[in-house]
Design a binder for this molecule. Structure first.
Ligand code: TXA
Ligand code: MG
Length: 332
């Protein structure tokens, strides 16, 4: 069982670094979601991440660094445009995929010739990275396909049991994973919408292409089924569309406070009373998690407009509902 420590204490950071140096696993908070970390240069420790998460080996990990000057040590080439993005948005919810140097073990990148790099902005993550002095590879701290934890209480027991340290840093402010862009042949491609709206990236470097140039460079995070609660998740546009279809107890996730009386449902949650995308994004996984651990049979979630952070929210909702959704196929 991993020891839960207050991440804001210097001694906790020191203890976590000691475990990382010995090949251990540390769960730590970032501003997006909690990560399950190991020393990038310790392939055996990294392989434990895949085992604990039950993650397929073809799914590469993001490498977290504490300072932009470290990026040159990991990549063959740091294009000026990518550097510009890093300087503007790091520390923050952006991952940039670049050609990797040989020093980055293949297990980290799942054999790909590229590496995804980011500097998280959570103070606990930054002090961990800076105290360690080496990069930390970390996927989200959930078992493969499940919701990413945005606070310590959402970390699944089988993850808690198999790690050495859990650094508690409170609730993740952004609440959605980082936006991932790939730099390839002078262009940027969006691999995953996330906590940084693509529009903000485009203000700095111009157009970001919506699809990767080849299937091979695709991030497995773009698999159609991912981020799924265990209970069926169904998307809806209008409350009247909700059909009970034999479900006894239903939970409804509203994006904002509806302008009608909510009646006839067992449970509901409102992501943001006033319809603020940032607030909604930060509450999404925790609301789904609460529904998943309540006694309802099915979760209905209201769709949001696919603009700004709405794009990342819809990406997670569509993937989470892909097994069940009637919305995409019939209504779009
Ligand atoms: O916000 C985040 O990004 C969080 C925190 C912990 O940093 N991490 C995270 O990691 O969401 P993970 O492993 O759950 O998702 C990372 C995604 C994966 O879908 C992976 O395929 C993609 O990043 N990725 C990593 N390296 C890549 C590469 N070289 N090429 C393409 N995709 C890559
Ligand atoms: Mg993940």
């Amino acid at each position: 069982m991993g020891k839960i420590l207050d991440g804001f204490k210097k001694e906790s950071i020191k203890e976590a670094v000691k475990f990382l140096k010995e090949g251990g696993l540390v769960v730590f908070p970032t501003e997006t979601v909690y990560g399950l970390g190991a020393n990038v240069f310790d392939p055996i420790a990294v392989s434990k991440i895949f085992e604990v998460k039950r993650r397929p080996r073809f799914d590469p990990l993001i490498v977290h660094v504490g300072d932009i000057s470290y990026v040159e040590k990991l990549v063959e080439f740091f294009p000026p445009q990518a550097k510009k993005l890093g300087e503007r948005f790091w520390p923050g919810p952006l991952t940039i995929v670049l050609p990797k140097r040989e020093c980055v073990p293949d297990i980290v990148t799942a054999g790909l010739p590229t590496v995804g790099i980011r500097i998280p902005s959570h103070p606990v993550a930054l002090s961990l990275l800076r105290e360690a002095g080496f990069p930390i590879s970390a996927p989200s701290a959930n078992t493969f396909g499940y919701l990413s934890p945005t606070s310590v209480n959402q970390i699944e027991p089988q993850i808690k049991e198999q790690v050495d340290i859990i650094l508690d840093g409170g609730k993740c402010k952004v609440g959605l994973e980082s936006t991932i862009v790939l730099f390839y042949e002078e262009k940027f491609f969006l691999l995953r919408p996330g906590g940084l709206p693509v529009e903000e990236i485009e203000e700095i470097i111009g157009k970001v292409e919506p699809f990767p140039p080849s299937q091979k460079l695709l991030s497995p995070g773009s698999l159609p089924v991912h981020y799924s609660p265990k209970k069926p998740l169904i998307l809806f546009k209008n409350f009247e569309e909700i059909k009970r279809k034999g479900f006894k107890k239903i939970g409804v996730l509203f994006y904002k406070k509806p302008d009608f009386e909510i009646e006839g449902i067992e449970k509901f949650e409102i992501l943001s009373e006033k319809g603020d995308l940032r607030e909604a994004a930060s509450n999404l996984f925790s609301a789904l998690y609460r529904f998943d651990n309540s006694d309802i049979d099915v979760i209905f979630a209201e769709v949001v407009e696919e603009k700004g952070l709405g794009r990342a929210i819809m990406d997670r909702l569509k993937k989470g509902s892909a097994k069940f959704s009637i919305y995409d196929k019939e209504k779009e």
